[in-house]
Design a protein around this ligand. Structure first.
Ligand SMILES: [Zn+2]
Ligand SMILES: [Zn+2]
Length: 92
């Protein structure tokens, strides 16, 4: 009886621990997905997402200095125009 009781307590403790670990796992997963979304930058010129580690450039708007302009390697290479969403400044 005592052993069964002990197993019952241990089993209950285990499942709580498992649920806690699962919750932690999913919470972490959600956070990592969210940060991935946040870190996914789009090219100001063409609007396409810039893959992390690719040849891209970031600089503040030369006119208002409030918006960070991001351009992927292609747009930088071809000198495509960008437009600041804050002040409307256009530049190469
Ligand atoms: Zn682009
Ligand atoms: Zn601007």
């Amino acid at each position: 009886m005592g052993v069964v009781c002990l197993f019952g307590v241990y089993g209950g403790f285990l499942s709580i621990a498992v649920i806690r670990e699962l919750a932690k796992y999913f919470a972490n997963k959600e956070v990592s997905v969210m940060s991935e979304k946040l870190s996914l930058v789009t090219c100001t010129s063409c609007g396409k997402p810039i893959p992390p580690g690719s040849e891209s450039t970031k600089f503040l708007c030369p006119n208002c200095g409030e918006i960070q302009i991001k351009r992927d390697g292609k747009c930088r290479k071809f000198g495509r125009l960008f437009k600041c969403p804050n002040c409307g400044f256009q530049g190469p």
